[in-house]
Design a protein around this ligand. Structure first.
Ligand code: HEC
Length: 116
């Protein structure tokens, strides 16, 4: 018996077999996208993109990224609106977690109704 080259039939069978094997492997590798969103203990979801945060938690998480949580001293609603817009622009410019348009309105409303 000498080492003869594989016949076309055998080579094809091996190729198809290997392809089927790797395809099978692919199906077994869990995809990160198929994981269900994880719910954290405070009732919010762990995913920062889709989680719906309360205006208060938005204020407390976003407004401490550069300075201490600002005291809610009295300003007119218009002043707060402009200030939050300006802060949000800083957040975007420095690549920090920022606020969507809706969140900006919610946070401004939270500040205005909780200021002293
Ligand atoms: C990206 C960093 C950053 C984040 C995040 C941030 N701030 Fe600021 N904040 C600044 C800087 C810088 C100043 C000082 C310069 C200025 O007033 O423009 C400031 C100043 C302030 C002041 C004093 C301004 C004044 O005119 O007396 C208040 C009040 C304030 N921030 C509130 C907030 C609130 C509310 C939030 C959340 C919506 C927030 N900040 C988030 C950077 C930030």
């Amino acid at each position: 018996m000498t080492n003869r080259p594989l016949s076309n039939g055998k080579a094809l069978a091996i190729t198809v077999g290997a392809a089927a094997f790797f395809f099978g492997l692919l199906l077994f590798i869990p995809s990160p996208r198929s994981r269900p969103p994880q719910v954290s203990s405070d009732g919010g979801t762990a995913n920062p993109v889709t989680a719906k945060e309360s205006p208060e938690s938005l204020f407390k998480s976003r407004c401490v990224q550069c300075h201490a949580l600002p005291a809610l001293t009295h300003r007119t609603p218009e002043d707060w609106r402009i200030l939050v817009l300006k802060m949000n622009r800083y957040m975007k410019q420095t690549g920090r977690r920022s606020l969507s348009d809706t969140e900006t309105r919610e946070v401004t409303h939270y500040i205005v109704s909780n200021q002293r």
